[in-house]
Ligand binder design. Structure first.
Ligand SMILES: Cc1ncc(COP(=O)(O)O)c(C=O)c1O
Length: 359
């Protein structure tokens, strides 16, 4: 092994890297319900827009627009803000990293709830910040943490992997209590009743993140958006790589964004399936967390182990997400798929409950 490893920063050597959900090879015959992608392809307008670029391949010789201006202008029009209030990222994951690099000095505290998105502590450690995981609940109610020493708070709303949303009253209060920046990671907000974008006009330490990886069916293109006051976006923009979005990503994401009718239609289908799956699993004795997202977190009937059910589903060619974290190991997170996929899932679960090992 190379001695060069010794030069690795202490923090990086000590940490475990982020482990993404399994991505089976293209062509594998699995029902993939483990990383919350859309069960539907993106709007047909995306294919047309990407083809336009590819048939004119001379365009690929040139660098893309470093500002992603067309995409940001469309976002500003659709979400009712100014273009200068929008930043585009190579997935919202890149925006998380940019936020840390912009606001967090070494040793400063970055907080988030646990459970929530498990990338936050990893990126925080890479930055050299102090990662503080806080409990979501205290005495049966949502926890209202003390935040006067926190530089950045990542709030996943709706929460992943549990699925519930924080109210705008809660978010407003948290922004007020915080002596830093509140980032509301709204990766799943298109499936929810409410979102925090309307708070931008009244709260100046707020950043709202969106992604094209879930509701827009574009996880492959890697595009996310950040919304904040102009003065904040100006700082974030200095930290961003100049060409962080390639030409195809800019063009494809813009086409998807402009087809809001397709978004509404596909989101409505997912929400409908979410409800149908919740009822079917409740009838089988599962506890189902109420969800404002494109997944549900479910706990099998007491006689059955979530880990065994996970393995049984995997053997049957259905991938869901099991977390070994003791806070979550009693349940499974299941992405909402197509109607046929959900029917197949319920049939397989019925079989596993009938024939599977009990605790
Ligand atoms: C809460 C949350 N934030 C961000 C992301 C990442 O989004 P992107 O694909 O835009 O990087 C995910 C993906 O699973 C997520 O669950």
């Amino acid at each position: 092994m190379s001695l060069g490893v010794d030069y690795t920063r202490h923090e990086v050597r000590q940490m475990a890297g982020y482990v993404p959900g399994r991505q089976p090879l293209p062509g594998s015959r699995v029902i993939k319900l483990n990383t919350n992608e859309s069960p539907f392809p993106p709007s047909p307008a995306v294919g047309r827009a990407l083809t336009q670029v590819l048939v004119n391949s001379d365009l690929l010789r040139r660098y893309p627009d470093p500002q992603s201006l067309d995409l940001r202008r469309s976002a500003a029009t659709i979400f009712g803000c100014e273009t200068e209030q929008v930043i585009a990222g190579n997935g919202s994951d890149e925006l998380l990293r940019i936020l840390l690099d912009t606001f967090v000095e070494e040793g400063e505290k970055v907080a988030f709830f646990s459970p929530s998105y498990s990338l936050y502590p990893v990126l925080t450690r890479i930055r050299g910040g102090l990662a503080g995981a806080l409990p979501l609940f205290q005495d049966g109610a949502l926890y209202q943490p003390q935040l006067d020493d926190t530089k950045l708070f990542f709030l996943t709303s709706p929460n992943a992997p549990l699925g519930f949303s924080f109210s705008n009253d809660y978010i407003r209060q948290m922004a007020k209590d915080l002596s830093g920046i509140l980032v509301v990671d709204e990766a799943y907000a298109d499936f929810a009743r409410d979102n925090a974008l309307s708070l931008l006009s009244e709260v100046d330490n707020l950043v709202v993140l969106r992604t094209f990886s879930k509701s827009y069916g574009l996880a492959s293109l890697r595009v996310g958006l950040g919304f904040a006051a102009k003065a904040l976006i100006e700082q974030l923009d200095k930290v961003r790589d100049s060409y962080n979005l390639d030409r195809l990503a800019q063009v494809g994401a813009r086409a998807a964004l402009e087809d809001q009718e397709y978004l509404r239609k596909t989101v409505a289908l997912v929400v409908q399936e979410r409800q149908r799956l919740a009822v079917a699993l409740q009838e089988l004795g599962f506890t189902v967390e109420p969800s404002q997202t494109n997944f549900i977190f479910v706990t099998p009937p007491t006689a059955y182990k979530a880990s065994a059910l996970y393995s049984g589903l995997e053997k049957a060619g259905i991938l869901v997400r099991y977390f070994s974290d003791p806070q979550l190991s009693h349940g499974l997170r299941i992405t909402i798929g197509t109607r046929d996929e959900m029917d197949q899932l319920v049939i397989t679960i019925k079989d596993l409950l009938k024939n599977g090992d009990r605790k």
